[in-house]
Write a protein that binds this ligand. Structure first.
Ligand code: C5P
Length: 228
């Protein structure tokens, strides 16, 4: 079967300190968002992409890719989870769906293969993730610089995207979690909250999320290597 990917791209990307949202910064001649969308659609099992955009977004329509017949545009929402739910609501014909950050243009086709192959017959779905390498500290409070304790890193993973789930379960989990004001920072957190088993598979550490200025430099390097 083929899959649809939802790409939340309605964020403003404040931490980039740039004049436009990070998905519209350039890597070579193209924007981050174009790199992400082109990578996804080049996977043989991905046939459609739903992009959630800020309703006032002035940039997307300028991109040649906005005319592609495999792209559907929906209005994003206040939080990432609202944007993803808007995308899920626009979709009814697929049984499985993947969600991938617009800000992760360096995802590899082999990681996508791995995710689909491992989890498409699984009950709860799964996500790409990376084991934590550094020693982890918890501060005494959100604003405090005083260490409260060291968190055991054994068994700790960074959650990446794509995240791949059965559509009906994800839609229900996300909408109920949002209704009940549960903090949802990725799709897996909604699925976990709803009680579904969520699985991890190790992905490449090149699949960075562009968040701060240096990330753009690194992504530019990774993508130039892919194009060699
Ligand atoms: O800000 P952060 O890096 O966590 O955003 C992850 C992804 O979610 C980005 O691709 C961003 O554009 C998207 N997002 C969204 N709607 C929001 C906030 C973020 O689609 N309200």
């Amino acid at each position: 079967p083929s899959f649809t990917v939802i790409v939340p791209a309605a964020g403003v990307g404040k931490r980039m300190l740039a004049d436009r949202p990070k998905q519209y910064l350039k890597i070579g001649h193209k924007t981050v968002l174009e790199h992400t969308l082109e990578k996804l659609i080049s996977h043989p099992r991905i046939t459609r992409i739903i992009v959630a955009l800020d309703p006032q977004d002035p940039y997307f329509d300028e991109l040649p890719i906005s005319q592609a017949d495999w792209i559907t545009r929906v209005d994003g929402g206040k939080e990432r989870a609202d944007s993803v739910l808007a995308g899920l609501t626009a979709l009814d014909s697929h049984s499985w769906v993947a969600v991938h950050d617009a800000a992760r243009p360096c995802v590899s086709l082999s990681d996508l293969d791995k995710l689909f192959r491992l989890f498409e017959n699984n009950q709860g779905g799964g996500i790409l993730a990376m084991p934590v390498k550094d020693t982890m500290k918890r501060a005494q409070s959100e604003d405090s610089k005083r260490v409260s304790n060291t968190v055991d890193r054994d068994g700790l993973w960074h959650a990446l995207t794509p995240q791949f789930f059965p559509l009906a379960q994800l839609r229900q989990a996300l909408s109920e979690a949002l209704e009940q004001n549960v903090t949802i920072t990725d799709e897996a957190s909604a699925m976990e909250w709803a009680g579904w088993p969520v699985n991890l598979v190790e992905g490449s550490e090149r699949n960075i999320k562009i968040t701060r200025p240096d990330d753009l430099t690194l992504a530019t390097f990774y993508i130039s290597q892919e194009e060699l």
